[in-house]
Design a protein around this ligand. Sequence first.
Ligand SMILES: [Zn+2]
Length: 46
Amino acid sequence: MYNSGDKPEKGTYQCANCGHKIELKSDSEELPKCPVCGNSKFKKAE
Ligand SMILES: [Zn+2]
């Protein structure tokens, strides 16, 4: 599980609450809060 503010690595992450997907385009980009539901927990999208 990843949290808002983490800098995991570039790739696609999926909100653990609503399933909204966020793409990080570089390794230095932080995961934001989910823009749809405000959740801060994400998992890596397959
Ligand atoms: Zn969400």
